[in-house]
Design a binder for this molecule. Structure first.
Ligand SMILES: [Zn+2]
Length: 243
């Protein structure tokens, strides 16, 4: 996989190396099948997780990226549990948005049990805005992506729209399970809510995605929301969607 940052259509950003898979893995696989170029930025290496080292988590993240078909995946290297929308952090993300010139940014939902997901949303929103300000001096041309969609992690609100990802759910599962240190049980790994029991995260995510799918008449769906109304240019394209 080429890790050099290049232009893509969709840029998905998470606080930790498995966030994008959990919230939008099906959509990422679907975009890839549709021929769109995708990329992922992990803001931190997830170094404070109970299981896994940064080196192992990086390997797992790259494997998951290959499964999802992303063009590149990069870790910004910000500190886990100390994410801040500081000028330096905003500028670092602004530069990556400008270099990759996406039309859509996928961002964690602004309400969540994990404070890093909330802070990630704040940082991404500030960087998304500043990326369009010509006088914010970083490398790359000013570019504010026209679309900013929020995916769900441990909290889900009422989605503004749900995307049918039934055909891509095996890919999503495989991408999540690539994070074996988090969702599997390696020798010596600690039991956490991510890897243990019927309430483990993989089964919770699958239940949520089945529920979202049921709302639109398909097997699995991923829900998304936005802060502003979605513009529909081609209303006839909505006539064929599932109900
Ligand atoms: Zn996370």
């Amino acid at each position: 996989m080429v890790k050099i940052i290049c232009k893509v259509d969709i840029l998905a950003i998470g606080a930790h190396p498995d966030d994008v898979e959990v919230g939008a893995g099906g959509l990422m696989a679907k975009f890839n099948q549709l021929g769109l170029k995708t990329a992922i930025i992990d803001l931190t290496a997830g170094e404070l997780a109970s299981n896994g080292t940064p080196a192992l988590r990086s390997q797992e993240a790259q494997q998951a990226a290959q499964i999802l078909g992303v063009v590149w995946r990069s870790c910004l290297g910000l500190p886990d549990r100390a994410l801040a929308a500081s000028r330096a952090n905003i500028n670092a993300l602004v530069q990556m948005i400008r270099e990759s010139q996406p039309q859509l940014i996928l961002c964690p939902y602004w309400e969540d049990r994990h404070p890093d997901h909330v802070r990630a949303a704040q940082l991404i929103e500030e960087a998304w805005f500043d990326a369009g300000l010509a006088k914010i001096a970083t490398q790359g041309q000013p570019h504010r992506p026209p679309n900013l969609w929020y995916y769900y992690l441990s909290r889900a609100g009422e989605p503004k729209f749900i995307i049918d990802v039934g055909e891509y759910y095996e890919i999503k599962r495989a991408a999540m399970l690539a994070h074996l240190s988090q969702f599997g049980k390696l020798a010596g790994s600690k039991e956490t809510f991510l890897n243990c029991g019927p309430g483990s995260l993989l089964s919770l995510v699958e239940s949520r995605d089945r529920y979202f799918g049921s709302l639109i008449g398909c097997s699995f769906g991923e829900g998304f929301t936005t802060r502003t109304p979605l513009a529909i240019n081609n209303p006839s394209a909505l006539l064929g969607v599932l109900k």
